[in-house]
Design a protein around this ligand. Sequence first.
Ligand code: XMP
Length: 503
Amino acid sequence: MQELPPRRCDPFFSDMDTRRLALEFDDVTIKSGQTDVMPADVSLETKFSRNVGLKTPIVSAAMDTVTESRLAIQLARLGGIGVIHRNLTPDEQATQVKQVKRHLNGLIEKPITVRASETIEQILAQRLEKKYTFHKFPVIDKHGCLAGILTKDDFEFCDDVSKTAAQVMTTELIVARPETTLAEAYNMMILRKKKALPLVNERKELVGMYDFSDVKRLMSGEKTAFNLDPKGRLRVAAAVGVHRDAYDRIALFPPDIDVVVIDTAHGDSKNVAETLRALKHEGALTCDIIVGNVTEPESAKRLLDLGADGIKVGQGPGSICTTRVVTGIGCPQLTAIYNCARVVRNTGIPITADGGVRLSGDIPKAIVAGADCVMLGGLLAGCEESPGETFTHHSGRMKKYRGMGSLGAMQNRGGRERYGQGEVPHEKLVPEGIEGAVPYRGMLADVVHQLVGGLRSSMAYVGAPTIPALQRRGDFRRVTQNGVNTSHPHDVMLIADAPNYRR
Ligand code: XMP
């Protein structure tokens, strides 16, 4: 086997391996070390896939109670990335991906337009149905030319929704040539005090549009925490299945999608390998492809050799998973991460640790074991931005959270296929997950703030200013059940909720 540059935790795992012990996050604590690193000064930059970076190592799970466009937009604004789930039709899923990509545009290449003859009522209904979060709509006349623009003010001051776009729209426009650069757009918009700059060709047809809030942010060079692609758009990923499911979905994704995740319960299978090979070698897809899930190093190696741009690790550690008890399969998550990460070390292929993160301290543990980022389900399902409504249970606010292999989620083909039961009739389904609920946790930004706060502090304890430094310098100590008990609050009665602790 090829000699790898050592990491501080290598002897720990080698010792555990000799004793044939596989570990979960709770079985270890991270050793502190001499440090001059302050939590506020660490860099959380890392990678999700070969070519796609993250500013915060947090990825939201491809689950129907976790990641749709609203949460994905907010998570990308916080530096992470969301994976839009596949319990949606290919059309619906592609629309959600587009919503994220269009949310924040330097140049909006294909602005959503309305016809001059449409009524404001029709346009508002469409805006609601398609879940558009913006208010600026270029208006196109019957010759296909730009006639005006509907702005937020036009909607707000409209006293009669039966009026047409032509009657309400702003006609005092500035327009520019198709090749207008971001800097030119910025200068024109500042000079003319306009918040939209449509680009038109010589036939007066609309070919793009700049939005001032995006242009200003990009021009100011503000070091935002946003996770953006090279064109200044929020990053997003989407889950696909194998064969036909993958090809049908990919055909509808916008070309600027950042990552496609082949999302299955067992990534080391013939169907996954054939799909990955086809996507990689037949040029069907140009963006990065992450593949999962696996837990054994030999499986990670096979995916690496097939050209995967990232590998997702975890079989059964999730809060709603029953795979391990229903099938007896799986590997405790900390050991699975280490074993798979060791195989890809120095290849530039990142590892996503998927499932089982219960508290912020599990994130640095996953990273010390070799992960580049963590995928979270249960911790994000209770956020305001996740799909679904809150409900009251024993006087507490809750949100539904269910496994993609639960009976409920398997009503949809996406859920069934993830567990290789695409063709199985309902009464014969063998679920590998449960349906439950988690406490309502408020806004994603507050949840991520606490998770990242714990990680930053951990890095300061270790003396690691960056994620790669944490991977190199971090080391573990094995703890007993006594250690676990003492790690949690003990001998007191909890009388107030902490923002980062629940038991
Ligand atoms: P957490 O612990 O963050 O885990 O809630 C989320 C991850 O769990 C996986 N997942 C499942 N695994 N049965 C399983 O065995 C299921 O029904 C199921 N649904 C989701 C998935 O990898 C997710 O990211």
